[in-house]
Design a protein around this ligand. Structure first.
Ligand code: GRF
Length: 214
């Protein structure tokens, strides 16, 4: 696996930690960031994972940036590319190059709250439930077939930061779980649908109760 990050890298760390567990079936080859200051790069280095930076600011066009990003990723020959807090919108060519082999984790119960600032928006909308989703990356922003979701309650006096921390804890459990399925050959993208163990997953992905049983 290659993991693309822009920031803290706590999901990256959770993935690396999971990859060190016996029987998980995957390894993290590299962490690549568009942001040279991403704290996740240091955290990856500290645990012996290769890192690379492809700074989008150094390119005139998104296509140029993505061409170099793609060759940097491909140098590691990953079976799966994982977006983990990667804050660039990816173009059609990049997405189709990795179609079926690229996942994202998003901090909301998709299809609700695509885009940014999800925790604040959830509070403002008065939602009682929130969570995280892992999905295949397709050309639709945060819109690819959902593989699995985990749900947390929203309490009356929550702040966005408190809620973010509650969701993040679940993300750290959810993402490695899904990656383990992929590594075991159980998970595919077929006809724009997420398929686990030859069963098309429901629109909201694997229900959380079932995720926890696995
Ligand atoms: C996570 O909330 C993830 O869902 C979102 O960006 C955040 C990244 O956090 N896409 P971290 O860098 O993994 O700590």
């Amino acid at each position: 696996m290659v993991v693309l990050i822009s920031g803290t890298g706590s999901n990256l760390l959770a993935l690396i930690r999971a990859s060190n567990q016996p029987g998980c079936g995957f390894s993290v080859k590299a962490a690549i960031s568009n942001n040279p200051q991403a704290p996740g790069l240091d955290r990856a280095n500290q645990v012996g994972i290769a890192t690379a930076v492809v700074n989008h600011r150094g390119f005139e066009t998104r296509q140029d940036f993505e061409r170099v990003l793609q060759s940097t990723v491909d140098a590691y020959e990953p079976d799966l590319v994982l977006l983990a807090g990667f804050m660039r919108i990816l173009g059609a060519d990049f997405v189709s190059h990795y179609l079926g082999h690229m996942l994202n984790i998003h901090p909301s119960l998709l299809p609700k709250f695509t885009g940014l600032n999800t925790h604040q928006r959830v509070l403002e909308a008065g939602e009682r439930e929130h969570g995280a989703s892992v999905h295949f990356v397709t050309r639709e922003l945060d819109g690819g077939p959902i593989i699995a979701q985990d749900t947390v309650p929203v309490f009356e006096n929550d702040t966005a930061a408190v809620l973010a921390a509650r969701v993040l804890e679940r993300e750290h459990r959810l993402y490695p779980m899904v990656v383990t399925w992929f590594a075991a050959g159980r998970l595919q993208l077929r006809d724009n649908r997420a398929v686990l163990d030859n069963q098309v997953l429901p629109p909201g992905g694997m229900p959380v109760e079932s995720v926890l049983e696995l």
